[in-house]
Design a protein around this ligand. Structure first.
Ligand code: SAM
Length: 291
């Protein structure tokens, strides 16, 4: 079986099928065997695993995953890639290709059907235009997941990983860190792809917490508090929450909630950890108010 990690083979396939890259689908195909091996290694894929691959492209990483995993389900939106995948994955009996938009797939159902509801691994060189909805969708829908190991835009990987005190810290950092432990596996330059993207990339592994560091009784409320704090990130937390139409509490209640954290009344939202946002949400959940 041709190893598509070799750029020569990728070019041959693209020419044979006269494949036209579609920018709107974020198509940048990996052509670096070291990076491919690193991704599979970081995901810790074993012969026990069901792996969901989002956007297999011409099947480069899919071949590596098929070698390492028990079963691979690869979801690809671009119909023009389906005949190519048929050829490049012909030698693998443990791969199912689905021609669908990943944002419309019921992944929980796949995990149930193909993995008996046990946690799956998600591995992908993601289409960058939908990185956040894909990752947040996976977490928020509470699909059983072991880890998500993905190539994303470098800046986005940094935002997922940083803690309070950095200018990159924001709603995405908090959301990711509530659900998972992020770890940047490698930085990947544009010349590892065909065609070359205009931005640097990084592989990040998000290992799902068995339990969040602090559990929010009402996750939706916690995320409303996070959004309200970061919508006005230069304001104090008190003012950010007072001014937000999403937050129904009085000035006094907000002040008392902030005080309960044992932080300064003039603290900014960007100084709080995810555990503190969860505590804040739990304080409000304890109030009996009309929303
Ligand atoms: N995995 C391949 C590789 O590493 O060479 C291709 C990665 S490329 C960055 C992203 C892939 O995701 C493309 O094949 C693209 O067509 C596919 N894609 C884009 N949007 C998608 C969506 N909504 N659902 C499923 N696949 C999608």
């Amino acid at each position: 079986m041709a190893d598509l990690g070799n750029p020569k083979h990728t070019i041959e396939i693209i020419q044979k099928y006269q494949f036209a890259f579609q920018k709107k689908f974020g198509q940048n195909f990996l052509i670096d065997t070291h990076v491919l091996e690193k991704i599979i290694g970081a995901a810790g894929v074993t012969k026990e695993d069901l792996v969901l691959e989002i956007g297999p492209g011409i099947g480069t990483m899919t071949q590596y995953l098929a070698e390492a995993a028990r079963q691979v389900i690869a979801v690809e939106i671009d119909t023009n890639l389906i005949p190519i995948l048929k050829e490049t994955l012909a030698g693998y009996e443990n791969v199912i290709v689905m021609n669908q938009d990943i944002l419309k797939v019921d992944i929980g159902k796949l995990a149930e059907e193909y993995n008996g509801g046990r946690p799956i691994k998600v591995v992908a060189n993601l289409p960058y235009y939908i990185t956040t909805p894909i990752i947040m969708g996976l977490f928020e829908s509470h699909v059983p997941i072991d880890n998500i190991t993905v190539m994303v835009q470098k800046e986005v990987a940094d935002r997922m990983q940083v803690g309070p005190g950095s200018k990159d810290y924001g709603a995405l950092s908090l959301a990711v860190q509530y659900y998972a432990e992020p770890y940047i596996v490698a930085n990947v330059p544009p010349n590892c792809f065909i065609p070359r993207p205009n931005v640097g990339s990084a592989v990040i592994r998000l290992t799902r917490h068995q339990k969040p560091p602090v559990e929010a009784e009402d996750e939706k409320l916690m995320f409303r508090l996070i959004r309200a704090s970061f919508n006005q990130r230069r304001k104090t937390l008190q003012n950010g929450l007072n001014n937000s139409p999403e937050i129904p509490y009085t000035k006094e209640q907000i002040a008392a909630a902030i005080e309960s954290l044992g932080v300064s009344p003039s603290v900014r939202g960007e100084a709080l950890t995810v555990a503190q946002f969860a505590e804040l949400a739990n304080w409000f959940s304890g109030l009996e108010i009309e929303k």
